[in-house]
Design a protein around this ligand. Structure first.
Ligand SMILES: O=C(O)[C@@H](O)C(=O)CO
Ligand SMILES: [Mg+2]
Length: 256
């Protein structure tokens, strides 16, 4: 199995650009992160190159994260901003040689119905899927559980399936986050096997607590067995909050 270290959650004891080397030293093969945008593309690319790791995924610009922004793809009236943000992400993807982009839906604005937000999301995703295809980058959407991210525009699995079916573009796929699936009450293994043709990236953390696999109640032996038997060839992102120092909590990889 190919594991990538999510540098937005792992190795936060180091500055962002130093996390690449830390992940390499611990034997990861790839890295992913929410935001490379605080540094110029070439600077992030150089950190990745020096570490010898491949960048497998990052997110479209979320806006001001500390102010609560989570992207704008589902927000009416934000089409120009959304398109500019996808083009900015493509610049980074090119510099980083990264083949995947998680397109953040954003929070549903006050006064906008969920149906209106979903229609805007579908419209923007159709444009983005095509634009990203031209750059050789796969677009991904990820349902995020509503307890951790209340008000987010994509908070259920059935909604993600409906959106993917409506956009109907080969270049738009599903980011399957095992932790969010469990938090949403889904049967993690059954849904993974059913949705396999749509999935282009997996992320893992245990529930509750969002710590290392094996720290909570998700049946990770079954999850890893399912991933192995499925023939899934993609990356599995370690996207959890380390219970202590990141390097001390990597024993789960030997049991995977
Ligand atoms: O699961 C998550 O939270 C992430 O994958 C993400 O991209 C947004 O926070
Ligand atoms: Mg995730």
């Amino acid at each position: 199995m190919k594991f990538s270290a999510n540098l937005s959650m792992l190795y936060t004891e180091h500055d962002f650009l130093d996390r690449f080397a830390a992940a390499a030293a611990d034997g990861f093969g790839g890295v992913e992160f929410v935001s490379p945008y605080d540094d110029p593309p070439q600077v992030v690319a150089e950190a990745a190159r020096a570490s010898g790791l491949v960048v497998v995924l990052f997110n479209s610009p979320a806006g001001d994260w500390t102010a609560g922004e989570r992207g704008c793809a589902c927000q009416p009236g934000q089409q120009a901003r959304f398109r500019a943000e996808i083009d900015r992400a493509i610049d980074y993807a090119r510099a980083l040689g990264c083949p995947r982009l998680h397109i953040m839906a954003g929070l549903v604005p006050e006064g906008v119905t969920p149906a209106e937000a979903e229609a805007v999301f579908i419209d923007n995703l159709g444009w983005a899927a095509e634009r990203l295809a031209g750059a050789g980058v796969v677009g991904l959407i990820e349902p995020i559980n509503p307890i951790d991210m209340p008000g987010y525009g994509l908070s259920r699995l059935d909604q993600a399936e409906r959106v993917l079916a409506a956009v109907r573009h080969d270049n738009l796929r599903l980011q399957y986050d095992v932790y969010h699936m469990a938090m949403m009450g889904e049967d993690v293994v059954t849904q993974f096997m059913r949705l396999l043709p749509l999935i282009d990236h997996i992320q893992i953390a245990d529930r509750p607590g969002r710590h290392e696999p094996g720290s909570g109640g998700i049946d990770f032996p079954a999850v890893f067995a399912a991933i192995r038997s499925s023939g899934y060839q993609g990356w599995v992102g370690a996207e959890y909050l380390p219970a202590a120092m990141t390097s001390m909590g990597l024993g789960w990889r030997e049991r995977a």
